[in-house]
Design a protein around this ligand. Structure first.
Ligand code: PLP
Length: 463
C-alpha cells in the first residue's frame, strides 16, 4: 500500500492565506537547516515503520482509525500559529471554532443549550463529568456496569467517590435487576450508562434506566466515548436505536472525536445538559484572562493549556462532513456496522467458531469452538498470533462465563472466562476488505486447529 500524500499539496496555498493575516509585521529570519531536519525526519520515518498498520483495513484490532485528511491538514496548518485554547488570549479563532464544533456535537444529541468543551480524551472528559457529579451529590456513590470502561473506577478512586459496579446481562449490557438492587441500598448519586462498551460495543438500556431514575432520582452520565457518533447511523437495531433516541435526557455525555470522529489523538469532549454546572469550575486566576469579558474556555474546563489545533481540526472535519443523518459521515458509520454484521454472520454460520453477542455497533467478539473455555482461549491466543504474521491484526478480550454459559451448550467452563478474538471494524474500507479479511482468518484458524490436532496425536503431522 501507499500512503495518501496528494492532499499535502494543498498546504502551501492555505499557508499563504494564513500568512496574509500577519503581513503588516516586519519579516523574521527563518534560519532552517533543511539538511539536518531532513536527516532527523527520515530517521523518524524509519522508526515509525515499527507499528501495526493502524491505517489499513487489515488492522481490525483495537479502536484505531486514521484521522481524515482534512483533520490532518487543518491541525498541521494551525501549528504554524500553535494556538492555546486555555484562554482567548491564546487562541481567539480556535476558541471560537471549539465553541462552534462542540455546539454541533451537542446538537447531534439534541441539545441546543448546554455547557461543554474539548479535552485530552475520554478519560479526562469522564473525569470532569464524574467530578461535577460529586460536586452536586457529595458523598454519594457512582454505579457503572462491569463492562463499563475501567477508567470509571479509577477516576472514582482519584476523586475519592465511592464506586460500585453492577452486573451485565447476556448481551453485556447493564443488568436492570442488578442495578435496581444496587439502587435499593441507597446513596447513589449517579449511574454511568455506557453507550457502546469498549470490549463489545454493547449499549446499556437507557430507557429502562430513565424509568428507574423517576423513582430513585440519580444523575445519569452517558459514556459514549466510543459509541456516541452512532446516533447518526441509519442501520442500528431497533432496540439500540431506541436507546440513542432518548440520549438527550441524560445529564452529561462524553464522546471521543479521536475515536470515531476522524480526529488525531488528544480530542475528547464532555457536555452537560445544565449550563449552570459551570459555576463549579470557578476560579480566580490572577494572570490569564485579560483580553475580553467573553467566555474563556479555560473557565469551564479543568485542563488549562489545551491544543487549539484539536479544535481547528475538528471544526474543519465537521465543516467538510456535517454530522447529519444520511450524510457521508453518517453513511461511513453505517458501513462500519454493516461490516461488523457481515463478519458476525459468517462467524455464526461457521462451525469452527463460537459467538453469542450480536454486534450492536461495529465490534465483533467470538472464539474458536472447542470443548472447554481453557482450550478455546488457547486457540484464540494462537489464532491472534498466527493471523498477525499474515498481516491480519485482531484484538483479544477476556469475557466472563456469564455472557455465554446459557448459549454455548456442551461447553465445559474449566475457567470462568474465555479469551475471545475481538474486531473493531471502524475503517471506511472495512466493508470492501471483508472477503480478504475472512480469507486470512479462515486459513489461519484451519492451521491452528490442525496444529492442535497434531499435538494431541489425532492426526499425523504430514496430514
Ligand atoms: C476509549 C474509552 C474511554 C477512554 O477514553 P480515552 O480517550 O482513551 O481516554 C472511556 N470510555 C469508553 C467507553 C471508551 O471506549
Amino acid at each position: 500500500m501507499t500512503l495518501e500524500k496528494r492532499t499535502l499539496n494543498l498546504l502551501p496555498e492555505a499557508l499563504e492565506i494564513l500568512e496574509d493575516g500577519f503581513k503588516s509585521l516586519p519579516q523574521i529570519s527563518h534560519s532552517i537547516d533543511l539538511d539536518a531536519i531532513r536527516e532527523v525526519l527520515n530517521e523518524v520515518a524509519l522508526r515509525m515503520q515499527d507499528n501495526y498498520p493502524y491505517h489499513h483495513p487489515y488492522y481490525i484490532g483495537q479502536m484505531l482509525k486514521p484521522p481524515h485528511p482534512i483533520a490532518r491538514l487543518a491541525y498541521t496548518l494551525s501549528l504554524w500559529i500553535n494556538p492555546n485554547n486555555h484562554a482567548l488570549d491564546g487562541g481567539r479563532a480556535s476558541s471560537a471554532m471549539e465553541k462552534e464544533a462542540v455546539a454541533e456535537i451537542a446538537k447531534m444529541f439534541g441539545w441546543e443549550t448546554f455547557l461543554g468543551h474539548l479535552c485530552g480524551g475520554g478519560t479526562m472528559a469522564n473525569l470532569e463529568a464524574l467530578w461535577i457529579s460529586r460536586c452536586l451529590r457529595p458523598g454519594q456513590k457512582i454505579l457503572a456496569s462491569q463492562q463499563a470502561h475501567y477508567t470509571h473506577s479509577r477516576i472514582c478512586s482519584v476523586l475519592n467517590i465511592p464506586f460500585e459496579s453492577t452486573e451485565v446481562d447476556t448481551n453485556a449490557r447493564m443488568d436492570i435487576t442488578s442495578l435496581r438492587k444496587a439502587l435499593d441500598k441507597g446513596n447513589v448519586g449517579a449511574v454511568v450508562v455506557t453507550i457502546g462498551t469498549t470490549a463489545t460495543g454493547s449499549v446499556d438500556p437507557l430507557p429502562e434506566i430513565l424509568r428507574l431514575q423517576e423513582s430513585y432520582g440519580f444523575r445519569i452520565h452517558a459514556d459514549a466515548a466510543y459509541g456516541g457518533y452512532f446516533i447518526l447511523a441509519d442501520n442500528l437495531g431497533a432496540q439500540t436505536r431506541a436507546i440513542y433516541d432518548v440520549m438527550s435526557q441524560v445529564d452529561s455525555i462524553v464522546v471521543d472525536p479521536h475515536k470515531h470522529g476522524l480526529q488525531p489523538y488528544g480530542c475528547g469532549c464532555v457536555i452537560f445538559r445544565d449550563p449552570s454546572v459551570g459555576t463549579f469550575y470557578k476560579h480566580d486566576s490572577p494572570y490569564t484572562y485579560f483580553s475580553s469579558s467573553e467566555l474563556h474556555l479555560g473557565e469551564i474546563s479543568l485542563e488549562c493549556s489545551r491544543p487549539g489545533s484539536s479544535a481547528v481540526a475538528l471544526w474543519a472535519t465537521q465543516r467538510l462532513l456535517p454530522m447529519v443523518r444520511g450524510g457521508a459521515f453518517a453513511r461511513d458509520l453505517g458501513d462500519c456496522r454493516m461490516a461488523a454484521l457481515r463478519l458476525f454472520n459468517r462467524i455464526t454460520t461457521d462451525s469452527r467458531f463460537l459467538t453469542g453477542l450480536r454486534p450492536e455497533l461495529d465490534i465483533v467478539v467470538w472464539t474458536i469452538r472447542s470443548e472447554s473455555s481453557s482450550e478455546s482461549s488457547r486457540l484464540a491466543d494462537e489464532v491472534f498470533e498466527m493471523a498477525s504474521r499474515e498481516d491480519l491484526h485482531l484484538a483479544k478480550a477476556n469475557l466472563p462465563m456469564s455472557l455465554f454459559k446459557e448459549v454455548w451448550k456442551d461447553f465445559t467452563w474449566d475457567q470462568d472466562y474465555v479469551t475471545c478474538l475481538r474486531s473493531v471494524l471502524m475503517k471506511s474500507d472495512s466493508l470492501n476488505f471483508l472477503d480478504m479479511i475472512w480469507d486470512i482468518l479462515s486459513k489461519t484458524v484451519d492451521k491452528a486447529l490442525n496444529l492442535s490436532r497434531q499435538s494431541k496425536g489425532e492426526i499425523s503431522s504430514d496430514n
